[in-house]
Design a binder for this molecule. Structure first.
Ligand code: C2E
Ligand code: CA
Ligand code: CA
Length: 426
């Protein structure tokens, strides 16, 4: 408050800077609880030396440090980025404890007086803390300046978090379905269930905008239950409508796969719908399989395969699953990531990569599906290379359940037409 008043009187401006040191708990683990205090003390000494006499340095909770800069003539973005950079350098200098060298790292957020939503010290500090949490969500060593949009993004995320539980209760979150077809027969071989939030005010929200919030709110298993229930309902409805959809794929996060009750939950749901386990495909990211040192994950996947569910290795090619882990997890199908599929018909390098994946899959007796197929050219090339199934905007975009039956009928008609044209031509 004093710096703001002083700034106003002298035509200069202040700014607030907040630093979050990282690595303090590690120091406590290595050197004992006093080590945190020793390290913080060093950091504070170095920072004080780097700051001007009238700057105010204070400690917030959790070891975070706040600086109120005494008013400057050039309190602009560039100057503050420089000051923040120097402060982080001070944080990163080696610290000697008990004759051993230790290192801290950290992130920084700041707010310029001119950008502050309210002319008070408290508001300036709060804005700098908002910028800091944005910096932290970008990883270690980041610096962020507060902006009004940032506040909107933060409060939007906050609002969504509040609304999430209700959204799950009231079925605002539902799967949309994207077809998968055989390159051999053209028939539908399955649908992937992809989460969509039909928000009453904001419209349709894609999963990238809410999956993180689901995770943070600890609602992953609620989401999966919901997706599973609605995917199985869809299978039953397709059966009742007399359209043949062999299987539906549901995405499972690693958090979900760590649930010791997962297999029982799935078995129970399948029983309740009287559906054979083969009708459900579990999509697991390759990165989850390659990083799975977790016993529960390994056992869950094996048990689901044992039960008869198909296991799809999602985004294949972006992780580094070993061949032995593909075997151990009894994976049924590789879902070749979109990054390999794009321009496969025009780019020799892409073709070689896809061909290599396909021949490995064949030797290992695995099925294959290419995702993100956008053009007829890509589709034709994948068929020619021997990829078993395709999925992507080129076949159809994800659609609400209500549209699926009509789409399947139209797709069948197209197939029949193509076949009769083929006969005429032949
Ligand atoms: P994913 O499992 O790799 O799903 C494929 C994504 O690619 C979907 O995005 C789909 O709409 C999009 N896509 C399909 N065909 C094409 C194409 O031809 N071109 C392009 N550019 N994109 C295509 P979406 O629906 O936004 O989902 C994004 C990710 O969110 C999914 O990636 C999946 O990892 C995750 N996700 C979606 N639903 C769920 C869910 O219920 N649970 C969990 N855990 N994750 C989910
Ligand atoms: Ca998927
Ligand atoms: Ca994928």
């Amino acid at each position: 408050d004093a710096a703001l008043a002083q700034g106003r009187a002298s035509g200069k401006a202040t700014a607030a800077l907040v630093l979050a040191p990282e690595g303090l708990p590690d120091l406590a683990d290595r050197f004992g609880p006093e080590a945190q205090d020793i390290a913080l003390r060093r950091v504070v000494d170095r920072l004080s030396a780097a700051l001007r006499d009238d700057d105010v340095l204070g400690q917030l909770v959790d070891g975070r440090l706040a600086i109120a800069l005494s008013p400057m003539r050039r309190a602009d973005l560039e100057t503050l980025l420089q000051i923040s950079g120097r402060a982080l350098d001070a944080l990163r200098e080696p610290i000697t404890i008990d004759g051993t060298t230790a290192y801290l790292s950290g992130s920084a957020g700041f707010c310029l007086q001119s950008r502050c939503p309210d002319p008070t010290g408290a508001a300036l500090l709060a804005a700098a803390e908002t910028a800091l949490s944005e910096a932290q969500s970008n990883g270690t060593g980041a610096i962020r300046a507060y902006s009004a949009e940032m506040q909107k993004a933060v409060s939007r995320r906050h609002d969504l978090r509040e609304e999430l539980a209700t959204a799950l209760e009231t079925r605002q979150i539902r799967p949309w379905f994207q077809p998968q077809i055989s390159t051999d027969t053209g028939q539908v071989t399955g649908f992937e269930a992809l989460a969509r939030w039909a928000h009453p005010q904001r419209g349709l929200i894609p999963p990238v905008d809410f999956l993180g919030i689901v995770l943070q709110a600890g609602l992953s298993s609620r989401l999966t239950d919901e997706m599973l229930f609605q995917a199985l309902s869809a299978l039953r409805a397709w059966d009742q409508a007399g359209v043949h959809v062999p299987s539906v794929g549901v995405n499972f996060s690693d958090q979900e796969l760590r649930d010791p009750e997962l297999v029982d939950r799935i078995r129970w749901e399948l029983d309740r719908f009287s559906l054979a386990p083969q009708r459900l495909t579990i999509e697991i990211l390759e990165t989850v399989v390659s990083g799975a040192d977790d016993d529960v994950i390994t056992r869950n996947i094996a048990a689901l395969a044992q039960l008869g569910c198909g296991i799809d290795l999602d985004d294949f090619g972006t992780g580094h699953a070993s061949i032995s882990s593909i075997r151990r997890f009894t994976v049924r199908r590789l879902k070749i990531d979109r990054s390999f599929v794009t321009r496969v018909d025009r780019d020799r390098e892409q073709q070689n990569l896809v061909a290599a994946i396909l021949s490995m899959a064949e030797r290992l007796n695995l099925e294959t599906l290419a995702e993100g197929v956008e053009t007829a050219g890509e589709h034709a090339m994948l068929a020619q290379l021997g990829c078993g199934h395709v999925q992507g905007f080129g076949i159809a975009r994800p659609m609400p359940f209500e549209d699926t039956i009509g789409w399947i009928h139209r797709h069948r008609e197209k197939l029949a037409q193509a076949a009769s044209l083929g006969r005429q031509a032949g």
